[in-house]
Write a protein that binds this ligand. Structure first.
Ligand SMILES: [Zn+2]
Length: 419
């Protein structure tokens, strides 16, 4: 590795910007699962991979996979990657950066072979935009693409199965995309998409866990009535009950370390200016890296909803829309990343990811770990999304140290895989 990483870092950023131009919308970045511009994206990334002697293929769910062989044949492999799909009106770095950095790390090896192969994976689908289901790409690697998923339709009535065929792939070969037992682990670089690293002044973060989350819908039911003739003390105002609870959600989350809780949607019925609301619906999204802490906070918020409702003479019901456990990153890989971040001259700040990532899915079957890059302004899913050149250089340096460490680690090379 050449000591100065400014040039390779500049190349990484330029490549991300180039990929951002392959879009369903002129002038913006919008590249959903198996959309026509994904072909252009694959062609471009493949050309970089092939220039380094990597063996490139596209699996049956459209994941781009480039293999850089090990020093010896039959050696195990390490996966490094992220996703190539985007949200509408996207920035250039969410997901894409992780794939481009992975190619950059192979380039930094300058032809040197390691005791393990490196498979760079550009996942076809992570954002869940086209079919309303996220992680289709990584699910295929853990053998979790089922008939129900294949039958799902996009807004034009095209099923996942048909989309795969239209892209020139064969849905009957999806099982071949699944990981074999020669995989040592998965490493993902990703922008933080939040303000934490920036507020701390650190370029890189070491992800310890991906938070678990619950999504619920609460319905407060009272009595709608005339806003002019019903005295205040005789009211059963469902919206006022919901409002008191919403503030209680915020208060509890603010005084409980690590909890983030959000009421992002409210609806009052009948919804007229001069009518007391008889019903109010409010959603709750609550997340924490610890399942215990999350469950405890959620139980408390349910108790609060019940007591607020009872005091106001209204009732409350709730239903769960999503319950997802926290996913711990692999402790060995995470510790190795700590060392690599330190060697790159940075503080190894441990943090939880508040958003889901491909690493969360792969962690079901193989050791997985993540490194975050500082996100200027915390802005993501927006054309203003950016990265600092120095941070990208630090990420390359950290990644290179990590590969060197892992190549020298008997503990790593001797790991047996659960896939
Ligand atoms: Zn992403």
């Amino acid at each position: 590795m050449n000591g100065n990483l400014a040039k390779p870092a500049e190349a990484v950023i330029a490549r991300c910007r180039k990929l951002a131009s392959f879009s369903e919308d002129a002038g913006g970045t919008h590249r959903t699962f198996l959309s026509p511009p994904m072909h252009d994206c694959h062609r471009e990334v493949s050309s970089w991979m092939k220039a380094r002697g990597m063996n490139v293929s596209v699996d049956a769910v459209g994941n781009l996979r480039g293999f850089y062989s090990a020093a010896a044949s039959g050696a195990p492999r390490l996966l490094i990657g992220s996703h190539l799909d985007t949200v509408p009106n996207a920035g250039a770095f969410d997901g894409i950066l992780g794939v481009v950095l992975a190619v950059g790390l192979v380039e930094l090896l300058e032809g040197m072979r390691l005791p393990f192969g490196i498979e760079v994976v550009g996942f076809s689908e992570e954002e869940g935009v086209r079919f309303g289901v996220p992680f289709i790409g990584s699910r295929a690697l853990v053998d979790r693409v089922d008939e129900e998923l294949l039958g799902r339709k996009d807004e034009h009535g095209i099923s996942v199965r048909k989309a795969i065929q239209d892209f020139g792939l064969n849905p009957s070969e999806i099982s071949k995309a699944a990981l074999n037992d020669d995989v040592l682990g998965y490493i993902e670089f990703h922008i933080e998409q939040g303000p934490v690293l920036e507020s701390l002044g650190w370029p890189l973060g070491v992800v310890e866990a991906i938070v678990g989350q619950n999504r619920l819908e609460f319905t407060f039911s009272g009595q709608s009535n005339h806003a002019g003739t019903t005295p205040m003390k005789l009211r059963h105002d469902a919206l006022a009950a919901a409002a008191e609870w919403i503030v209680a959600v915020e208060t509890l989350a603010r005084r409980t370390a690590g909890i983030v809780a959000t009421v992002g949607f409210v609806e009052a019925k009948p919804g007229a200016m001069n009518v007391i609301a008889g019903e109010a619906r409010a959603t709750l999204d609550i997340r924490h890296a610890s399942d215990g802490a999350r469950t405890e906070a959620l139980d408390e918020l349910i108790r609060l909803a019940e007591s607020i409702a009872a005091r106001r003479g209204v009732t409350v019901k709730w239903r769960t829309l999503l319950a997802q456990r926290a996913v711990a990153m692999d402790p060995f890989l995470t510790e190795q990343i700590d060392h690599a971040v330190q060697k790159a001259g940075c503080e190894p700040h441990r943090m939880a990811s508040g958003a889901g990532h491909d690493a969360m899915v792969l962690a079901e079957k193989i050791p997985a770990a993540m490194i975050f890059l500082r996100t200027p302004g915390g802005i993501s899913h927006d054309p203003a999304e950016s990265v600092h050149l120095d941070d990208v250089a630090k990420a390359l340096e950290c990644g290179h140290h990590l590969l060197t460490q892992l190549a020298a680690s008997q503990e790593f090379l001797g790991r047996t895989c659960r896939a």
